[in-house]
Unconditional design. Structure first.
Length: 210
């Protein structure tokens, strides 16, 4: 099964993608994690991307499509995958179809902007492996320490209040219209994002017919 998660920044796409991927036995392909890894390693691509992500701007389509296309061609994606953080524009959705990537379901996590802003102010991310936590709704076992790899948990620059507002503006303007794109293809599934993690997961699995 090939799935994408839609929703505003901080809606819980990454968290739900990891849970659902484990349940279905398919990999989660996070464009955000791939880009952050490139930035962390100081690659040519990473340095180019940093100027966009630091300002809450979208990465250019041609770069994203190239990265994603190469990743989805790998063997672990043969039985399906969850694409997290992509597509973010109708142009990207059309580009995915143009290179033969057909999505089975688009899960949209519905949540109000005010809730997003509050949620992201408490988000912490592992600087080593990229795992995401929240100080109240999904805290690590030890404060400031990643459960998975023991790395330090930090506040990402793009979770800063002024950047969050800009990311939400960009989402509503450029990404939200994708819902109509997949609705027209009969693939859109709406799930309430402002609820406990387990509840959202249950709703997602039901929407997928699992």
């Amino acid at each position: 099964m090939k799935i994408i998660f839609l929703g505003a920044p901080g809606a819980g796409k990454g968290t739900q993608a990891e849970i659902v991927a484990e349940k279905l036995g398919i990999p989660t392909i996070s464009t955000g994690n791939m880009l952050r890894e490139a930035i962390k390693n100081g690659t040519e691509l990473g340095l180019k991307m940093k100027q966009y992500t630091d300002n809450g701007q979208l990465v250019p389509d041609d770069v994203i499509i190239g990265i994603v296309g190469e990743r989805l061609a790998q063997a672990d994606c043969e039985k399906g995958y969850i694409l997290d953080g992509m597509p973010r524009t109708i142009a990207q959705a059309e580009a995915l179809e143009s290179i033969g990537i057909e999505i089975d379901a688009a899960i949209s996590l519905e949540i109000e902007d005010a809730v997003i802003e509050d949620r992201m102010s408490g988000r912490r991310v592992c600087e080593k492996c990229g795992a995401s936590y929240h100080v109240t709704s999904n805290p690590p076992k030890a404060e400031g320490v990643c459960d998975s790899c023991g790395g330090a948990l930090v506040i990402r620059k793009d979770d800063a209040p002024e950047t969050v507002k800009e990311r939400l503006r960009v989402y509503h303007e450029q990404t939200e219209p994708i819902k109509g794109f997949y609705e027209a293809r009969g693939k859109l599934k709406l799930v309430k994002g402002d609820q406990p993690i387990a509840g959202a997961t249950a709703d997602i699995m039901a929407a997928l017919g699992e």
